[in-house]
Design a protein around this ligand. Structure first.
Ligand SMILES: [Zn+2]
Length: 340
């Protein structure tokens, strides 16, 4: 009777094991037959009802059944694992004939190329490159540069106010005031950087652009030094044939002041579409530092004098690379940038 029962359990277990097509199902079968509440375990618990002399024989039979079920479980488990591994490998196969993914390598921006060119020229003339904060005190951005609260120049440079004393700088000139205040003379520096004005975006305007300001302060600096320096700069930047023209102008922090044109490097001054027929292209503003600005920054204007100039970095990049729309500089389209 016990023998038949064990045989029936064994047959049922074998059947279920063979029907298992996944590891979790196989485990269910193990629990159902060999687990704490499993069928074979129940038989062992019933041993107390078996006559004492038959117990060793029945015990042996139970063990044999258990071993047979365990062996088949183990063998099936190995087969299922091997099959799962094979399927995984098939899924993860790498097709070495597929074209490789291309890495997009960046490119230096025309602004950066132009800036490095300008820096190279001035470093060659013994200038230092100095940087300052983009968020600036109104005091440095305007007051110390001879632009008091009600000055009309403040309107022209309408900007973004953080509060009534702090602005996003409208020019890189405040860096000059900061350097002059330190009182280490002489000064020979350029200050490149980002500036902000509340301008609408169009082909020649942007609310954020870049300037490069230059400042020289020493004894006996004259307008001749200014002219010579900027002529040299223009020749280095646009070619040795370049001529310069100084037109009188007004800036609050320089006196006298001038705007500088260079002869058109496209037509050599004959007049073309690029220079709108005039033969000249405006590139920067400059002048002798106003004595009042020197005084406000703690420098004695009776002993020291100096000159300053400011040039738009985008203006140089647009001219040098013949780009006709400033917006192209901010789109960062690699197909555009790669051309320079
Ligand atoms: Zn021209």
């Amino acid at each position: 009777m016990m023998k038949e029962k064990l045989q029936a359990i064994k047959d049922e277990a074998m059947k279920q094991i063979q029907a298992s097509d996944a590891l979790d199902k196989l485990n269910d079968v193990r629990v159902a037959f060999l687990g704490k509440k499993g069928e074979l375990t129940a038989v062992l618990k019933g041993m107390k009802d078996v006559a004492a002399e038959e117990r060793p024989i029945v015990g042996q039979m139970v063990n044999d059944t258990r071993t047979a079920i365990e062996n088949l479980l183990e063998e099936t488990k190995r087969k299922l694992e091997a099959r799962a591994r094979e399927e995984q490998l098939k899924k993860e196969v790498i097709d070495v004939t597929l074209p490789a993914k291309k890495n997009n390598v960046g490119h230096r921006h025309p602004n950066t190329i132009a800036l490095e060119e300008v820096e190279r020229i001035f470093i060659g003339m013994g200038y230092e490159v100095v940087e300052g904060p983009e968020v600036e005190y109104d005091l440095y951005n305007f007051e110390k540069l001879n632009i008091p609260a009600n000055h009309p120049a403040k309107d022209e440079q309408d900007t973004f106010y953080v509060n009534k004393d702090i602005v996003l700088r409208t020019q890189t000139s405040p860096v000059q005031a900061r350097v002059m205040e330190q009182g280490r003379l002489p000064i020979r520096m350029i200050a490149p950087g980002r500036v902000f004005r509340s301008d609408e975006v169009d082909a020649t305007h942007s609310p954020s652009f870049h300037q490069i300001e230059g400042l020289v302060i020493d004894k006996n600096i004259t307008f001749a030094d200014l002219k010579g320096t900027l002529e040299e700069f223009a020749k280095e930047l646009f070619g040795p044939e370049t001529k310069t023209k100084f037109r009188p102008h007004h800036f609050p922090f320089t006196e006298p002041s001038a705007e500088v044109d260079v002869s058109c490097f496209k037509c050599g001054g004959k007049g073309c579409r690029f220079c709108k027929g005039s033969g000249w292209i405006e590139i920067l503003g400059c002048g002798m530092v106003h004595p009042h600005v020197l005084e406000m920054c703690g420098i004695d204007p009776n002993v020291y004098s100096g000159f300053a100039f400011g040039v738009g970095l985008e203006r140089i990049a647009l001219l040098k690379y013949e780009i006709d729309d400033m917006r192209l500089l901010y789109e960062n389209d690699i197909r555009f940038l790669k051309q320079f």
